[in-house]
Design a protein around this ligand. Sequence first.
Ligand SMILES: O=C(O)CCC(=O)C(=O)O
Length: 244
Amino acid sequence: MTAIPSLLADYERDGVAIVRGFLSPGEVAAIRAELDRYIREDLPSKPLDARTLEADEKTVRNLWRLEQHSGYFREFAHRADLLAVIAPLVKGEPVLAGVETFNKPARIGSGVPPHQDNAYFCQDPPDMLTVWIAIDAVTEANGPVTYLKGSHRLGPLPTRPSGVRGNSIGLAETPEAGEAERLVALLEPGDASIHHCETIHYSAPNTTDQARLGFLLVYRGSHTVTDPARKDAYSVAAAMTPPA
Ligand SMILES: O=C(O)CCC(=O)C(=O)O
């Protein structure tokens, strides 16, 4: 991974920053191969909350808790070079909070409603982020993640259950945003977007023939604590569309 001089400034200003070539083509290929193997060989014996399926009830929409279920991914997420990039962004010692996927499979990949991740994470202060790494190319057409730049400065906004499996809690109301305020993360394999846990974001369904697999690493600063009231609101929403 190469040094990224403007990362902290971009992240603090916009609540999201793009890092080109975050992983090499070889690293992307290795992650893809291990995800394929995990889904084929390991997932069938894991608990139901290890994944969310698409509406066809067989294609994986998300893998959850890979840091618990896979030594390979747990170890990957603890790489010293990754933690060194994350530490200034979470304002402290990074603690791994999750390794996940948003697979957005070809033709049937479902959309993600506008949300702030901290409605799920419930951390105070909100020094928590997601590194969203493109395994497939992300285009205008196959459901890119769109971020509202600077929305992390709005703080936690009112939520409501979304009824969407895998994304149970969304915003009660999405603030208006013009084109200039939106960042559509068009990525080549190996590129990453890094977003703050209160940056509003969403994605459209994938109606193309090109899958859009994202591999996500979630970290918080070791100083953050869980807000019980927010956790209760999340648990109510998640119970409507388990597991997440
Ligand atoms: O990959 C997507 O479409 C949505 C990702 C997301 O919601 C997240 O990174 O928190």
